[in-house]
Design a protein around this ligand. Structure first.
Ligand code: NAD
Ligand code: DAU
Length: 355
């Protein structure tokens, strides 16, 4: 290994570091761990934005590699070049509605891309037996809850969408590499994140953008589907803890204990925007539209394992987090406007025009 690399205590590939959660994670880890080299491996899909990483792009312990995780030889070059000893794997096709329009990219990235990373990690175990592999996943693998109950680490997998099925396949592959090859894995299954840098295909930034423009606010079905929201910084703090202290082979659920019906959430965003911007009641823009096929009714996480074992708990209340999020998008209108490309408008038309 060359001297420049030897100066780093750890050399970690973070996949998907230019996306929403990946950017927030790198903005936390790069300044916090100057002795780690953090290599952001991202192929820059529509959901990526390297400008998120401007505050850290010149840090000596950060580097960006424009690589697709489906390209095994490109990935191998990265593993070799940086003598990597850990992976934090976030890269994914992440949007449920897009997986319904066209599942192929989800199968490629979320299953085959994960498989490529696991194979390279397995090969690196020859040099580094304790090679750490942290797989970032979702509560959607569990399917839908009824009116009561919570997802625990023991809840059986019942994915509903091509997105969640592809994530479930990735989770199972990761589990199998621990059991079969002894790879030092951890998997985290988190609920819905919100906060800065989220692409406006997801509910919260989409509603903020539409409400700002005076466009209809599309709420699927009867609006009573429930999601359990977690501020992205709290998720990133949990990832930091699990990466360092999580038990090999285990999975950890992460959630904010903030269950809310979609329509109630949309009304709250409207009220926050009314307070900031004035100009009438934005909730009058709400339109109930045709439901998402296979739409899971309710998600709710039991996060007691990570709380008990690793001492994690969320620091942001939903009220404060939502207020900060609305403020962030309104204060960063250029960021939001840059997402609204021709491609976005085409997607929006395809997704919403016949609902
Ligand atoms: P995102 O869509 O905002 O970002 C995904 C990133 O992965 C982008 O930068 C994209 O360019 C990159 N990427 C996609 N395909 C790639 C490929 N083939 N090769 C290399 N890079 C590729 O996603 P997100 O919301 O930040 O989610 C990150 C991870 O967290 C995903 O694995 C997702 O399943 C999981 N997750 C997300 C949430 C949520 O609420 N957003 C909740 C739980 C778990
Ligand atoms: O639960 C974790 C998951 O959360 C992650 O694994 C996914 O990557 C992430 O995209 C998110 O999935 P959801 O499908 O829950 O998020 P989304 O923002 O697309 O939708 C949230 C809820 O709002 C869901 O019940 C569908 C509804 N919805 C969404 C959109 C985009 C609407 O009613 N109208 C909309 O326009």
């Amino acid at each position: 290994m060359n001297k420049d690399l030897e100066q780093f205590e750890r050399r970690i590939i973070v996949t998907g570091g230019a996306g929403f959660i990946g950017s927030n994670l790198l903005l936390l880890l790069v300044p916090k761990y100057p002795d780690y080299l953090l290599v952001n491996v991202d192929c820059l899909t529509y959901a990526a934005n390297l400008s998120n990483l401007r505050p850290i792009e010149n840090h000596p312990n950060y580097v960006f590699e424009h690589v697709n995780i489906c390209d095994r030889s490109g990935l191998k070059e990265c593993f070799d070049k940086y003598a990597v000893d850990a992976v934090i794997h976030l890269a994914a096709e992440s949007h449920v509605d897009r997986s319904i329009l066209g599942p192929a990219d989800f199968i490629d990235t979320n299953i085959m891309g994960t498989f490529n990373l696991l194979e390279l990690a397995r090969a690196r175990m020859e040099q580094k037996a304790s090679f750490r592999f942290h797989h970032i996943s979702t509560d959607e693998v569990f399917g839908s809850l009824g009116e009561t109950g919570y997802f625990t680490e023991e809840t059986p997998y019942r994915p509903s969408s091509p997105y969640s099925a592809s994530k479930a396949a990735g989770d199972h592959l990761v589990g199998s590499y621990h059991k079969t090859y002894g790879l030092n894995t951890v998997t985290t299954n988190c609920s819905n994140n919100y906060g800065p840098y989220q692409f406006p295909e997801k509910l919260i930034p989409l509603i903020i953008r539409n409400a700002r423009e005076g466009l209809p606010l599309p709420v699927y079905g009867d609006g009573k589907n429930i999601r359990d929201w977690l501020y992205v910084e709290d998720h990133c703090r949990a990832l930091d803890l699990v990466f360092h202290e999580g038990t090999a082979g285990k999975t950890y659920n992460i959630g904010g204990s903030n269950e809310i019906e979609n329509v109630v959430l949309v009304r709250r965003i409207c009220r926050l925007m009314d307070e900031r911007l004035g100009g009438g009641k934005r909730e009058e823009l709400i339109e109930f539209v045709k439901d998402r096929p296979g739409h899971d009714r309710r998600y709710a996480i039991d996060a007691s394992l990570i709380q008990r074992e690793l001492g994690w708990k969320p620091q942001h209340s939903f009220d404060a987090g939502l207020k900060a999020t609305v403020a962030w998008y309104l204060d960063n209108e250029d960021w939001l406007d840059n997402c609204i490309s021709g491609k976005y408008l085409k997607y929006y038309e395809e997704m919403y025009s016949n609902r």
